[in-house]
Design a protein around this ligand. Structure first.
Ligand code: TYD
Length: 219
C-alpha cells in the first residue's frame, strides 16, 4: 500500500502542546525550505487532504466530551490514513519535502497518554493504518502548558474543543511528548519553545541543517 519512498524521506513533523507556536514555526520552515527546493509541502493534522479536513471539523469543534478517547483516536487515524495516501506519500515519492504541523505523536500524547487509552492500543492501530512508515524528523516544541493555553485561547475561533479539556489534561500532554521524545534521539528533538520566535526558529534550523546537511538561514 505504501508507494516506494526514498530511503531517507524528507518528512519533518512539528508537534507539541496547543499554543506552543507550531503554526508559526512550520510556516517559517516552509519559507526557508522553499528557498532551496521547489517541492515543499506544508500540511497539518488532523486534516491535510480534502477528506481529512472534513474529519477535522468533527474533531476540533464542539464540546470536549462529544467523543470519548477511543472514538477520537479512530477519527484521527481515519484522517491520518487519508492524509498519508492522498497528500504525504505522493509528495515523498517525488522526493519532495513535507512539513506537518502535528502527526502521530499527537495521538500517542493526547489519546494514548492524556486520554488514558494507553500506548499499546495506539501502536496497534497505528501499525494497521500506517505500517512501518516513519517521518524522518520530529521536533517537539516544549513549553509550560499554562503559557501555551493562554496563547491558544487568545486566538479565539470555534476550533477549541481540545483547549477546553483543561490544564490538567494539557499538563499530561506536555509530559507525554517529553516521554515519547526519549524513545529515539535520532528522530526526536525537543526544542524549548518558551523563547522568542527567531531563537526557536534558529534552533529548529540548526537541527535540520545538521540532519540533512543543508544550510537554512533565519531571515
Ligand atoms: P491543531 O489544529 O494543531 O491545534 P492547535 O493549533 O491548537 O495546536 O490540532 C487540533 C487539536 O487536535 C489539538 O488540540 C490536538 C488534537 N489532536 C489530537 O488529540 N490527536 C491527534 O492525533 C492530532 C493530530 C491532534
Amino acid at each position: 500500500m505504501i508507494p516506494t519512498l526514498p530511503k531517507n524521506n524528507q518528512m519533518i513533523v512539528i508537534d507539541g502542546v496547543d499554543g506552543s507556536g507550531k503554526g508559526v514555526q512550520s510556516k517559517l520552515l516552509y519559507e526557508a525550505l522553499s528557498v532551496i527546493s521547489s517541492q515543499v509541502l506544508l500540511t497539518r493534522e488532523p486534516g491535510g487532504s480534502p477528506a481529512a479536513e472534513d474529519i477535522r471539523k468533527l474533531l476540533v469543534e464542539g464540546e470536549p466530551d462529544k467523543w470519548d478517547s477511543l472514538t477520537e483516536l479512530l477519527l484521527m487515524y481515519a484522517s491520518r490514513r487519508s492524509h498519508l495516501v492522498d497528500t504525504i506519500w505522493p509528495m515523498l515519492a517525488k522526493g519532495g519535502w513535507v512539513i506537518s504541523d502535528r502527526y502521530a505523536d499527537s495521538s500517542r500524547a493526547f489519546q494514548g497518554i492524556a486520554g488514558s487509552l494507553g500506548l499499546d492500543l495506539v501502536e496497534k492501530i497505528h501499525y494497521e493504518v500506517v505500517g512501518s512508515f516513519e517521518p524522518e524528523l520530529v521536533l517537539i516544541l516544549d513549553i509550560p502548558e499554562s503559557i501555551a493555553l493562554k496563547r491558544a485561547f487568545g486566538r479565539g475561533g470555534k476550533e477549541d474543543r481540545f483547549e477546553k479539556k483543561g490544564n490538567e489534561y494539557h499538563a499530561k500532554v506536555r509530559q507525554a511528548f517529553l516521554q515519547i521524545a526519549t524513545g529515539n534521539p535520532n528522530r526526536y528533538h525537543v526544542i524549548d519553545a518558551n523563547q522568542s520566535i527567531p531563537v526557536v526558529t534558529q534552533e529548529i534550523f540548526t537541527v535540520l541543517n545538521h540532519h540533512f546537511n543543508i544550510n537554512l538561514k533565519v531571515q
